[in-house]
Write a protein that binds this ligand. Structure first.
Ligand SMILES: [Mg+2]
Length: 417
């Protein structure tokens, strides 16, 4: 039983531990009682990107979308894959800290456990790292949660939907992300989505409501029938948000996501009371516990869901069920998820019959994948994978190749040396 960090990166603290030993996977459905989790391998890497997206624009993001690919192997040789997807400009988790917490805390907590006992695995993860306001390092944790689901499904020959006694659903309509730096860029950005079959658009807003209202007007004019979703990523002050919400509504916006930082509790209450737009939360909703509290505190009309934000699929499912219970809105979103995390997200949203276009913009911004057969995404629609587990097969040689590419020095670094 062991933990292995597979790495080709030049960063010293990620010093290579070992290279994964490939074992022949057994046929799906070959589960015997007492199958144990034998080892966890980690592959920190970066997916190359295209286009401008503010969260990946600085020194720690511009070299690609960081991710830790997680491979969990059972003692009968069956393998599950997952992926942690930190973004340092979106939350405090980074590629480096995700790698370490998975290597030294979350990974060792599940090695040796019964591969079929998801509850025991979740309890072990709860115990491995104390929380802050909510679950500790949820984005890191989600990678392991996803891998455990993939393993469970592969052991039982069941898709995510089947594990949950649901139908797979889908295909899911996607929304195209608009993050213009000037208003001149708006038309071209809409066109690039439109040409690829996208008919719904989410706009990145804040901190300047004047810019945002004009942006919303332009998009609404070009796309009169599309779902227009504004996400401020917590970037307004409460008084600014209260003034902006009616103007954004007037400009044709359908929902306003994360107008404030999540600790602005009275601000959220005031915006919901104002009722100019449905108010959704994103940042700050990590476990079902605070979601229940925030619902009771009347802070929100809904949530932009992301399993990668909330510790994985167990937590995300419970949150969707809470929202459905209270007839609140849930939208499908993500963290510019690459292939593995995206497959899990599609599986969840399909199984829970997501109705609105999903802001899953991995296919828009990322240019590589590590799957044997890529996910089917065309004309702004994504098929829900229906095979066992996450419904994908990961090509480990591709993973290693992408790690090698990720560890090459960037042009800036070459210039410095
Ligand atoms: Mg958001």
């Amino acid at each position: 039983m062991s933990m292995h960090l597979v790495t080709t990166t030049r960063r010293r603290f990620l010093a290579a531990a070992s290279v994964a030993v490939l074992q022949a996977p057994l046929v799906a459905g070959a589960a015997a009682p007492g199958v144990k989790i034998e080892r966890v391998d980690l592959f920190p890497l970066r997916y190359p990107m295209t286009g401008y997206f503010k969260f990946f624009s600085d020194a720690h993001g511009s070299s690609g979308r960081g991710a830790v690919i997680v491979k969990v192997t059972a003692d009968n040789g069956v393998v599950g894959w997952g992926q942690s997807v930190p973004i340092p400009r979106w939350s405090y988790e980074t590629l480096q800290t995700a790698t370490i917490v998975l290597r030294d805390y979350f990974g060792p907590a599940v090695v040796g456990l019964d591969a079929l006992d998801m509850d025991a695995a979740q309890r072990a993860l709860d115990g491995a790292l104390a929380g802050g306001f909510s679950t500790g390092m949820p984005i890191s944790r989600a990678g392991l949660d996803l891998a455990l689901h993939d393993l469970l499904g592969k052991l039982q020959g069941k898709s995510l939907a089947e594990l949950w006694g649901r139908k797979p659903g889908g295909p899911l309509t996607l929304s195209w992300t608009l993050n213009p730096r000037t208003l001149d860029e708006v038309d071209e950005l809409i066109d690039s989505g439109w040409e690829r079959g996208y008919r719904h658009f989410n706009i990145k807003v804040a901190p300047d409501p004047k810019f945002d209202v004009e942006l919303a007007r332009r998009v609404r004019k070009r796309v009169p029938d599309g779902f227009l979703w504004a996400d401020a990523n917590g970037g307004y002050e409460p008084d600014v948000a209260l003034a902006a919400a009616p103007q954004l509504a007037d400009a044709g916006v359908d929902v306003l996501e994360a107008p404030l930082k999540p600790n602005r509790i009275r601000g959220y209450q005031a915006l919901k009371r104002q009722g100019a737009l449905p108010i959704l939360m994103d940042e700050g909703i990590v476990s079902p516990i605070e979601l229940e509290e925030f619902i009771r505190l009347k802070m929100l009309d809904g949530v932009a869901m992301k399993p990668s934000r909330c510790g994985g699929l167990v937590s995300a499912r419970r949150q969707i069920e809470l929202l459905q219970r209270d007839d609140l809105m849930w939208l499908g979103s993500g963290l510019t998820d690459p292939d593995i995390s995206l497959a899990a997200t599609l599986g969840l949203y399909g199984a829970y019959e997501l109705k609105k276009p999903a802001a899953l913009n991995g296919p828009q911004f990322l240019t590589a994948d590590v799957l044997t057969k890529p996910l089917t995404i065309k004309n702004g629609q994504a098929e829900v994978p229906t095979g066992p587990g996450l419904g994908i097969e990961v090509d480990e040689a591709e993973v290693i190749e992408l790690m090698k590419k990720s560890s090459r020095p960037t042009k800036k670094e070459q210039a410095r040396s």
